[in-house]
Design a protein around this ligand. Structure first.
Ligand code: PBG
Ligand code: ZN
Length: 327
């Protein structure tokens, strides 16, 4: 009889398919990003991200409850401050918007794990992820002065109740600096989720609308990575591990599944993948046109991140995905 090998045998019924399924997507894999703005009763939809809103703190709290009730264990907070300046005061001030949101969420839903994105780009007038020399118009962020501001930001976020600190600015030595700052302030048990391999990606476009954080001049290529480089991601990851990172992130996810896989192969730390704004908007736009099946495409995408090695997925689809999984 030919052929002897018939892989289709194990695909012949739903029961068999379920038994041989290698990975599965669960609510507990997901982290939901939220954008906090000053004010009250504000829910402003982001034009390029249908279903995603800038929310005032009261609305963030309501959203946090909903997220927790769906079984999603964690949110990540981004902030849009009232005013921006060259020192990124809104990032590290104890009354900053992320600090306020973190405190309010922890008070209302203590079990929800609150991750604070730790970066300066939403808070600087120029929109870069760090400190620029006065008069600089090229966007060459000064590394070490930026570390001091990141340290202050992380400590203030931890004080406000953030459970995990997630530095996203791709500064050299930022994990070590933040670890030291947290330890000195008595937060030695607060984990760091490092955006270890973050690429200079055009897929961040819609996020910059949401966070109002587009660079005013220059670009982020002196700190974020070249999309052509894979080995360099492994170097970044090795350094972050040596500096004391507790979890590692690869960002974006869809065009970088090989990186997720390669990172997973060299570490036993949890690996997170950031399914970024542009990836979300592409699915949304096509679905709104009736060109693809949103539910199927989104679940397929998220499941393939698991297959590629991601333990955790940051995604704007999180709430929908859980509803679909529960159907
Ligand atoms: C910057 C930051 C970015 C995102 C989160 N924090 C990228 C950037 O503006 O360069 C992107 C997230 C997304 O696209 O969903 N620290
Ligand atoms: Zn940034």
């Amino acid at each position: 009889m030919f052929p002897i090998n018939r892989p289709r045998r194990l695909r012949s019924t739903p029961q068999l398919r379920r038994m041989v399924q290698e990975v599965s997507l669960n609510a507990s894999d997901l982290i939901y990003p939220l954008f906090a703005v000053p004010g009250e009763s504000i829910a402003k939809e982001v034009v390029s991200m249908p279903g995603v809103y800038q929310l005032s703190v009261d609305k963030i709290v309501a959203e946090a409850k909903e997220v927790y009730d769906l079984g999603i264990p964690s949110i990540i907070l981004f902030g849009i401050p009232d005013t921006k300046d060259t020192e990124a005061t809104g990032a590290w001030h104890d009354c900053g918007i992320v600090q306020k949101a973190a405190t309010a969420v922890k008070e209302a839903v203590p079990e929800l794990v609150v991750i604070a994105d730790t970066c300066l780009c939403e808070y600087t007038t120029h929109g870069h992820c760090g400190y620029l020399e006065v008069g600089d118009l090229t966007g060459k962020v000064l590394n070490d002065p930026t570390l001091e501001l990141l340290k202050k930001t992380a400590v203030s976020q931890a004080k406000a109740g953030a459970d995990i600190i997630a530095p996203s600015g791709m500064m050299d030595g930022f994990v070590q600096a933040i670890r030291q700052g947290l330890d000195e302030a008595g937060f030695e048990n607060t984990p760091i989720l490092s955006y270890a391999a973050k690429y200079a990606s055009a897929y961040y476009g819609p996020f910059r609308d949401a966070a109002e954080s587009a660079p005013q001049y220059g670009d982020r290529r002196t700190y974020q990575m070249d999309p052509a480089n894979g080995r360099e991601a492994l170097k970044e990851v090795e350094l972050d591990i040596a500096e004391g990172a507790d979890m590692l992130m690869v960002k974006p996810a869809l065009s970088y599944m090989d990186i997720i896989w390669r990172v997973k192969e060299i570490t036993n730390l949890p690996v997170a993948a950031y399914n970024v704004s542009g990836e979300y908007s592409m699915i949304k736009a096509a679905a709104l046109n009736g060109w693809i099946d949103e539910k199927k495409v989104a679940l397929e995408t998220l499941t393939s991140f698991k297959r590629a090695g991601a333990d955790l997925i940051l995604t704007y689809h999180a709430k929908d995905a859980v509803r679909w999984l529960n159907e």
